[in-house]
Design a binder for this molecule. Structure first.
Ligand SMILES: Cc1cc2nc3c(=O)[nH]c(=O)nc-3n(C[C@H](O)[C@H](O)[C@H](O)COP(=O)(O)OP(=O)(O)OC[C@H]3O[C@@H](n4cnc5c(N)ncnc54)[C@H](O)[C@@H]3O)c2cc1C
Ligand code: FES
Length: 279
């Protein structure tokens, strides 16, 4: 009999990593061996994490898709459910439904340069994408990772950025809007980093973006002015969700449902709606 998609599987926290004062990565493992063996995800997908007795929230999967035994979620505590989730320590149990949603379009990006442009916690959904592409280095052109934060202390995954920088044909550009004297990256908005990217990579490459919507719109429009192809710009969106199955309508965005048609969209499909309030 098919599994009821509303029933969560039980997962256990294996490790809790503090990334920043209010941001934690929960590394979880499904408790039942059969569920663990069947679980697979694509970079860009998300899980619904259920804090028993409190509620369920969508959280991107931030780990390497080749590793499905342990699944990472990087969570910022902003409200009822996320504040409870980030307090869970090793051995604590939570519910997990997923994976859901569309992943990043790696099949169509083959052979092209990849530009991963992210802001704030937006680097979480692209983390699995970067791991995926670096492991399949010969299938893609140069990789440029451009990430912006408000303040240096907001930078998460510092060690991972340092490791990615050492991968072949991979460049990491970091910027902070409000740098301090110890900051070794650039200063300014993430859009300023575009000046440092080879225009040829912008024109011929494939862009994956995640972060605050005004940032993504501004980057996308800036890339278009620099000759990027509209059909090769993708972004990951966020809306409140409940069912994650296209039933409740909570995540509706025009005629799309973020949970099943997204969260990753070609910019061309959402460009007209993004500036419209209420969507
Ligand atoms: C596909 C997807 C992937 C996500 N991935 C991550 C992730 O990797 N890490 C992470 O920390 N968060 C992620 N989020 C956001 C996360 O789901 C929300 O922060 C969470 O639902 C808030 O629930 P809460 O009960 O803690 O807070 P609530 O008490 O519900 O809300 C607290 C505040 O956050 C706002 N809020 C709630 N949900 C969202 C949302 N989706 N977008 C923007 N503001 C919101 C509320 O309006 C309110 O101001 C993702 C959301 C989506 C849709
Ligand atoms: S969350 Fe219910 S339709 Fe998308």
């Amino acid at each position: 009999m098919a599994r009821n998609p509303y029933l969560p599987m039980t997962a256990e926290v294996v490790e809790r990593i503090e990334e920043a004062p209010d941001v934690y990565t929960l590394r979880v493992r499904l408790r039942h061996a059969a569920e663990r063996a069947a679980y697979r995800f694509a970079p860009g997908q998300f899980n619904m994490l259920y804090l028993f007795g409190v509620g369920e929230v969508p959280i991107s999967i931030s780990s390497d898709p080749d590793e499905h035994e342990l699944v990472d979620h990087t969570i910022r505590a902003v409200g009822r459910v996320t504040e409870g989730l980030v307090r869970l320590g090793p051995g604590a149990r939570l519910g997990l439904r997923g994976p859901f949603g569309t992943g990043w379009p790696f099949a169509v990006a083959q052979g092209r340069a990849l530009l991963m442009i992210t802001g704030g916690l937006g680097c979480a959904p692209t983390n699995s994408a970067i791991e995926y592409a670096i492991k399949r280095r010969s299938q893609y052109g140069p990789i440029t990772i451009a990430h912006g934060v408000k303040r240096p202390q907001d930078l998460i995954y510092g060690a991972r950025f340092a490791a990615w920088e050492k991968a072949p044909d991979t460049r990491v550009l970091l910027s902070a809007d409000r740098p301090d004297p110890n900051w070794r990256g650039r200063s300014g908005l993430v859009t300023a980093l575009l000046d440092e990217i080879d225009p040829g990579l912008i024109r011929d490459g494939f862009t994956l973006m995640c972060g605050p919507e005004p940032m993504m719109r501004s980057v996308a429009e800036n890339l278009l002015k620099r000759g990027a192809a509209l059909e090769r710009i993708y972004l990951s969106l966020e809306r409140n969700m409940q069912c994650a199955l296209g039933h409740c309508g909570n995540c509706q965005f025009g005629k799309e449902f973020l949970c099943k048609d997204g969260p990753v969209f070609p910019y061309a499909r959402v460009r007209a709606l993004l500036p419209v309030g209420g969507y």
